[in-house]
Design a binder for this molecule. Structure first.
Ligand code: IPD
Length: 275
């Protein structure tokens, strides 16, 4: 199906909309915010999340009325999304909403276009710190226009990892995540958590960290990161070692398959309900 789709037009249209959306985030991050709760006390949404998503979806729909959309803020809590073969834009308008609320500058827009369920275009942009990551299938990954590559680290004992607890306080999940932190801290160089799944993946893509693992994220948090990490030479897999499934709410990415599979051997698993 991608043959009949003008991917350059998709990309240009997206770039223009993203520039406007970045302005909303830059203006909003240090201002007073209207904050609402979603699934729980730590799952937040601000008016900026909603404005950015509206701007992106309305702008893309105007140009591509037959495309599908999976957006964080237009998905009602608990609602299932179906990913079909149709061109589908998967959008997180503000990834790192908790960071945004606290004016912690690791926030980004994360957006990917999938056709036949295959990612073709991806952008992760942090307008506060001026980090613009982009990738198109088969063309490599860029940060601010320059090619990026994952690190050459392929052993856990030399790796900097990122792990997130995420926005749920489900006791079973917390138990697994905290057990994994306990297991991995003595085995790795260090552990980080940026508070944005997409930016954690972007750090792997640019070689600043070597792996990122999370259970419970949604498709909009990881769809763009998937393409950007793979185009930067890394791997994205299921945390139990199998194939990555963007709708599974499970993700492990790493600088190499060797490192990814070494991590798999050490971690406990958690299986959230699918998107
Ligand atoms: C969250 C962030 C966070 C991750 C959560 C996500 P949001 O996305 O990516 O780092 O741990 O699992 O839900 O809610 O800020 O878009």
């Amino acid at each position: 199906m991608s043959d009949s789709i003008d991917l350059d037009l998709c990309y240009q249209t997206l770039l223009e909309l993203v520039k406007q959306a970045e302005e909303l985030i830059r203006n909003g991050i240090n201002s007073a915010k209207e904050i609402h709760l979603k699934s729980c006390e730590v799952d937040l949404v601000t008016e900026t999340d909603q404005q950015v998503e509206k701007l992106l979806i309305n702008g893309l729909k105007e140009k591509f009325p037959n495309h599908q959309f999976i957006g964080e803020e237009s998905t009602a809590d608990g609602q299932k999304n179906e990913l079909t073969e149709a061109p589908t834009w998967i959008i997180d308008p503000v990834d790192g909403t908790m960071n945004f609320v606290h004016s912690f500058p690791h926030v980004c827009i994360s957006i990917a276009l999938l056709i036949n369920k295959v990612p073709e275009i991806a952008i992760i942009t942090n307008p506060v710190l001026g980090q613009f990551f982009e990738a198109r299938k088969g063309q490599g990954a860029l940060l601010n226009g320059n090619k990026i590559h994952v690190s050459s680290v392929n052993e856990l004992s030399k790796a900097l990892l990122s792990l997130e607890v995420g926005t749920s306080r489900d006791p079973e999940k917390m138990k697994v995540v905290l057990k994994n932190v306990n297991t991995l801290v003595p085995l790795a160089h260090g552990i980080r958590a940026l508070g944005s799944a997409a930016l954690n993946m972007a750090m792997v893509a640019m070689g600043a960290s070597d792996s990122y693992i999370e259970f419970g994220i949604h498709a909009w948090d990881i769809a763009a990161g998937d393409l950007i990490v793979r185009e930067a030479g890394g791997v994205v897999i299921d945390p139990a070692g199998g194939e990555f499934d963007v709708m599974s709410r499970r993700c492990l990415c790493a600088s190499s398959m060797e490192l990814a599979q070494e991590i798999v051997k050490h971690i406990d698993q958690y299986y959230p309900g699918r998107d």
